[in-house]
Design a protein around this ligand. Structure first.
Ligand code: ATP
Length: 202
């Protein structure tokens, strides 16, 4: 199974890209979705997070208050590490579990902070969705209706564009229209499909 890690910074276009791969029939495993499922009420990971960070990261109805948690760990690498130690092994196990169930020669695994979370070993190839910071900013502001400063802070806390590019095997530059983005996905689809099927015949 050829697993392609799809990564990129906030608002770079990963969701548009992964949705299009899915539409083309490629199995997509999204680690953000897995992470959300892992912290649903009643899940052991949520109990561990609450034991570590306190009841203040829960909403009155007992759900994880993402904003509160994000503010608590923002720019605090030791706290961020504690959270990662709770979540990453579980995410990894669930990705492996889903991979075992797939019947396909290749798949996409969305790992937004691939570099920051050192999860490269889950994938054989890295596809970066790359966009200039100004576009990350304007698209995220529009999508989430949040202030420029908040997005800038998040961009600054993530890996740099240059270091992401150095790590990537393949790059989709998302600085044109949505149509141009989808065309690039279709090209990558052809490339990966050939690659996966030639791997299989050897
Ligand atoms: P995050 O990491 O924050 O979840 P993401 O990388 O998944 O972000 P998307 O949600 O795919 O990014 O894209 C961010 C926003 O920008 C979305 O509203 C999307 O529709 C829009 N967008 C992405 N690419 C383009 C484009 N080429 N032209 C116009 N809008 C775009």
């Amino acid at each position: 199974m050829l697993a392609i890690g799809l990564t990129g910074g906030i608002g770079s276009g990963k969701t548009v890209v992964s949705d299009h791969f899915a539409k083309l029939g490629v199995p997509v495993i999204d680690t953000d979705v897995i992470a959300r499922e892992l912290v649903a009420p009643g899940q052991p990971a949520l109990a561990e997070i609450t034991a570590t960070f306190g009841q203040a990261i829960l909403t009155p109805t007992g759900c994880l208050d993402r904003l509160a948690l994000r503010q608590l760990i923002f720019n605090q690498s030791d706290k961020r590490r504690e959270l990662e130690d709770i979540l990453h092994p579980r995410i990894r196990a669930e990705v492996r579990n889903r991979l075992r169930q797939l019947v396909s020669s290749w798949c996409i695994i969305v790992i937004p902070l691939l570099q920051e979370s050192a999860q490269q070993d889950l994938v054989q190839r890295i596809l970066l969705v790359d966009a200039p910071a100004e576009l990350q900013l304007s698209r995220t502001m529009l999508r989430d209706n949040i202030a420029a400063d908040e997005v800038r802070k998040i961009i600054a806390s993530q890996a740099s564009r240059q270091s992401r590019r150095e790590l990537a095997d393949d790059i989709i530059v998302n600085e044109g229209s949505l149509d141009q983005l989808l065309q690039q996905v279709e090209k990558m689809y052809q490339f990966y499909d050939q690659l996966a099927n030639s791997c299989q015949s050897h």
